[in-house]
Design a protein around this ligand. Structure first.
Ligand SMILES: *Cc1c(COP(=O)(O)O)cnc(C)c1O
Length: 341
């Protein structure tokens, strides 16, 4: 048995999800004629209390479309240093939209409204125009940390006052929602646009949605086509997404419990220097200086535990719906037997 903890993107569609895909009514979504895509977009828009939604192939695309619609070339956006949009989207902010990024150091990836006050550019000809703030919830690179509703609301109020657009990279937003106990509607009220991923913990094979006002999504639809993301009988994928949203949100709590259990074991190993606090399904830990990180990853892999290197001496593990009790216990056994010379 291989226990693949590299990412929550490695999940395979379940039999029930595949059946839902087989039964989906289909049409050409570029003509807006795919009933299942239309149903998914409406379902998610209503869930978050937004006017409209757009189904896209990836979370990178939904984020990049949002940035493109909210800004003009030469503008500046504000994000935390850990932000996926800055670190893991191939330089897309500058390449796709000609926008520069002002990075702030938040509290494990989370910005505060006070921090934003000093980061917004004044209105001079020689300064870049700050037009957009991007948050991420949960914050992947900071170990799955959760924004509180109060912090999101304070930032939303600040952005409204300063006339800045506010985008949420919610690739793992449902992990935050089930854990923190706020609702989709409450989150929806805070942001001009939200990106959610179906292909992470929710277990769908492909797909993300971008949410916003009717006019925002109209512009986003045009940009999606330009970016090459207009799909045809995409209902086959949307059906998997609908299945995931209807069946796989509440169970994310189990992934969080599993992650906390594994983190606790790591905390007791002498070769582990530090484990970041685990709030959701992501475990990031640092190895003692003398431990060879690559050799350790290989040792784990040889025993069937796959993990992801996350920079020097740092390793990430992510729990998801294809990691069952047996997988957790196998992980426990292997971690307790690690030999470092
Ligand atoms: C996975 C992820 C995305 C989107 O990634 P894709 O692989 O392009 O779907 C965006 N933001 C965060 C924080 C992510 O973890």
């Amino acid at each position: 048995m291989i226990v693949d903890l590299r990412s929550d993107t490695v999940t395979k569609p379940s039999k029930a999800m595949l059946e839902a895909m087989l039964e989906a009514p289909l049409g050409d979504d570029v003509f807006k004629e795919d009933p299942t895509v239309n149903q998914l977009e409406q379902y998610v828009a209503e869930l978050f209390g937004k006017q409209a939604a757009l189904f896209c192939p990836s979370g990178t695309m939904t984020n990049q479309i949002a940035i493109n619609v909210h800004t003009r070339p030469g503008d500046e956006l504000i994000a935390d240093v850990n932000a996926h949009i800055y670190n893991y989207e191939g330089g897309g902010i500058s390449k796709n939209s000609g926008v520069q990024t002002r990075l702030l150091v938040g509290n494990r990836g989370r910005l505060s409204s006070t921090q934003l006050e000093t980061a917004v550019q004044a209105n001079y000809d020689w300064l870049s125009r700050t037009s957009l703030v991007c948050l991420e919830n949960t914050v992947n690179r900071a170990g799955g940390s959760i924004y509180s509703l109060e912090d999101m609301q304070a930032i939303a109020n600040f952005c409204q006052e300063k006339k800045l657009a506010l985008h949420l990279d919610g690739a793992r937003l449902f992990n935050a929602i089930v854990e923190a106990g706020y609702t989709e509607q409450q989150v929806g009220l805070c942001f001009d646009s939200i990106s959610i991923c179906l292909s992470k913990g929710l277990g769908a094979p492909i797909g993300s949605l971008l949410l916003g006002t009717e006019s925002f999504i109209k512009q986003a639809r045009r940009v999606r086509k330009v970016f090459g993301g207009g799909m045809r009988q995409a209902g086959i994928l949307a059906a998997a997404g609908l299945y995931a949203l209807r069946n796989n949100i509440q169970r994310l709590k189990h992934d969080h419990q599993k992650a906390k259990f594994i983190a606790e074991i790591l905390n007791h190993q002498t070769w582990v220097k530090q484990v970041l606090p685990v709030e959701t399904n992501i475990i990031i830990f640092e190895l003692q200086d003398e431990v060879n990180s690559l050799a350790l990853e290989q040792q784990l892999a040889q025993q069937g535990i796959r993990v992801a290197g996350f920079g020097k001496q740092t390793i990430r593990m992510v729990t998801h719906l294809d990691i069952d009790e047996e997988g957790v216990h196998k992980t426990e056994a292997v971690l307790k037997q690690v030999k470092v010379s």
